[in-house]
Structure formats: C-alpha cells, structure tokens
Design a protein around this ligand. Structure first.
Ligand code: HEM
Length: 327
C-alpha cells in the first residue's frame, strides 16, 4: 500500500472533492511509523499545508476535487474512469508546482502532497479536519495495472472477504466500516453495481431504489454513473450509513456491512453518531496513510508527480483507464 498512498488519495481526489478540530485527538496520539512526523516540514516548508488548502478552496469553489463527479454532470466525459485518474494527476501536479515554487525543488514529496490533498478534499466537503503525518518519499517503481487491480477490494465482495483481506494488515471490523464511509461522496459506474439488478434483483436492496437504478442503468453495462450516497452525495457526513440501514447502499460491499452480524452494530453506531464516525474515519485514514511508506533515504522526491525522476516513464499512464479503488 505504499503505492496505495499515492493511488488512494488520487482516487479520492479524482472522485471527490468544515472543520472539526481534531488536534491532540485520537489520531494525533497514534504511534507513527519511523521516519514520519506531524511536523516534518515545519522549518523546510512551513506554508505547505496552506498552499495546498488555499489552492483547493480557490480552484474548486468548495468542491474542487469533487468537480466532475458528484457535483458535475453525472455522465460527462470528465467522469469517465480514464479521465478521473488523469484529472487527479493534473491536480496533484499543479499543487506540486506551487509547493515547489514556494519551498524549492525536491522539498516535498508528491505522496505527502497527495495525502494532504485527500485530507483537504474531506474537509472541504464537510468532513473532519485532521493532521496528516508527513515525511513520505515517492516510489521509484510502481504497481502494474494487474498488481494494482489485484490489491484492490472488489465492490462485489461480501463483508467476510473485506474483513479477511484487511485483517492481516491490522485493520479490524470498525476500520472496514469506517473506510467504506468514504462512499458518502462520489459516484459509481453501472458495472460496479448492476449485478445487484440483473438478472435478478438483490433482496437486500430497497424496491424503489432498485427501480431508480434500473432507470440509470437500463442494461448491465451502461457506462452511466450514479451517486453513492443518495441522501447527501456532495457532503462528507454519516448519511451513507443511514442509506445502508434503509437498504439503499449502492455496492454489495457497502450494503453487506449492514447484513453481516459483525459489522451491523458498527453501521448503526455511525448512522446515529456522526462524531463517532469522524473519529474512527480519521483514525483509520492516518493508519492507512502509513502503510508501507518510504521514508528517509528511500525512494525520491519527484520533480514531476507523474514521472519518475530517473526516466520518462509516465506514472499516470499506468493507472489511466483503471477503474480503480485502492487501499
Ligand atoms: C471497502 C472497500 C472498498 C470498495 C470495494 C470500494 C469500491 C468502490 C467502487 C467500485 C467505486 C465506484 C467506481 C466506479 O464505478 O466508478 C468506488 C468509488 C469511490 N470510492 Fe471506494 N471502495 C472501497 C473503499 C474506499 C476507501 C477506503 C475510500 C477512501 C478512503 C474510497 C473512496 C471512494 C470514493 C470517494 C468514490 C467515488 C468516486 C467518484 O466520485 O468518482 N473507497 N469505490
């Protein structure tokens, strides 16, 4: 998931785009992996976080990174998966240029900029504020399309599979439910959920909801998109869990969290308590953002977020076209 910290927020950023002060909170008390620090750029690039935040606020009129997905035309060219990846890289590369202009070439890694941008996307859509551990270095190798896809959780899997996949990485049921809460914003394409409609309708799906989805996706492979959280698709809140309690979760991997007895009570607890959800979400994001990170003398600090310094391999071309989800 070292590569994932690069990909996850990008996905997030591509897809997505309030401040609950969490300083000194649970997340900040988590032990950090060696080489990361809450104040890594305090002297070398003190304006880093304000440069990123201001740019995202400005460019996105409050929903920057979400533009073109939840807040944009639902079936536009911009929302096609290849463009989602590309758009994310463009945004990150633009931020890198600004940060390096402020603090110098080689000052801040693309993966740190991406982690900060992901946090800011959450904040700008109404989610919790939190501090991001910094000091990551950029990878010099990257996952192939096959390796990337092999590591991504499938939307078709039940909770059982999610839990079994996450357990060896030290993520528990609460972590799995909290992470899935990211689906409070953004959209999914028909092929990600039409197996729940055709040939037979999933019994755990609300009838009216299913009828509406059939309208959006008249056949299984239509490439239209629909919101993942029907109650408040552009707001980072706990309504996703209310959707699940009403059989209005979009993906199998979402809805099954309310069917499985190990996660049902966690879904309910987040549905009735947004503060609790935010707390657990921040906790697991900080944890996920430290998985297999490169630090110290490892890796490099890219001069262009889409290109490895040593040659011209375009990193974006590897994920471009992947309908990816990552963690
Ligand atoms: C629990 C396992 C997860 C699965 C199976 C999963 C699967 C998916 C799928 C299939 C889509 C729709 C892709 C499409 O059809 O275009 C999606 C969208 C999305 N996912 Fe996940 N995901 C998971 C976890 C996460 C995590 C951990 C995050 C972030 C922390 C996240 C953030 C998002 C966002 C923001 C979208 C909306 C993208 C957009 O608007 O274009 N997901 N996810």
């Amino acid at each position: 998931m070292a590569s994932k910290i690069t990909l996850m927020p990008l996905q997030f950023v591509c897809l997505i785009i309030v401040v609950v002060m969490m300083h000194g909170s649970e997340a900040q008390q988590q032990p950090l992996v060696k080489g990361l620090s809450w104040k890594y750029y305090e002297s070398s690039c003190p304006k880093l976080e304000s440069v990123v935040r201001k740019q995202l606020e400005k460019g996105c009129d409050g929903s920057v990174l979400l533009d073109g997905s939840a807040s944009g035309p639902v079936d536009s060219e911009k929302t096609a998966p290849p463009n989602l990846s590309l758009r994310g890289f463009d945004i990150i590369e633009d931020l890198r240029r600004r940060v390096h202009k402020q603090c110098g070439a080689g000052s801040v890694s693309c993966s740190d900029i991406t982690a900060i941008a992901a946090r800011d996307a959450i904040v700008l859509t109404g989610g919790p504020e939190y501090s991001v551990p910094l000091g990551r270095r950029d990878g010099v190798s990257f996952a192939t399309r096959d390796a990337t896809l092999a590591n991504l959780p499938s939307p078709f899997v039940p909770t059982e599979t999610l839990l079994t996949t996450l357990a060896p990485r030290n993520f528990d049921a609460t972590d799995a439910v909290a992470l899935s809460g990211a689906h409070t914003i953004g959209v999914a394409h028909c092929p990600s959920f039409t197996r729940r409609l055709y040939p037979t309708q999933d019994a755990t799906m609300d009838q009216t909801f299913a009828g509406n989805l059939k309208g959006v996706c008249p056949d299984a492979n239509t490439n239209a998109t629909t919101f993942m959280d029907i109650r408040s698709p552009n707001v980072f809140d706990n309504k996703y869990y209310v959707d699940l309690m009403n059989k209005q979760g979009l993906l199998t991997s979402d809805q099954d969290l309310y069917t499985d007895t190990r996660t049902r009570a966690i879904v309910t607890s987040f549905a009735v308590n947004q503060t609790l959800f935010f707390e657990k979400f921040v906790n697991v994001m900080v944890k996920m953002g430290q998985m297999e990170v490169l630090t110290g003398a490892q890796g490099e600090i890219r001069n262009n977020c889409s290109v490895r310094n040593s040659n011209d391999v375009l990193i974006s071309s590897v994920v471009e076209g992947d309908n990816i989800e990552s963690f």
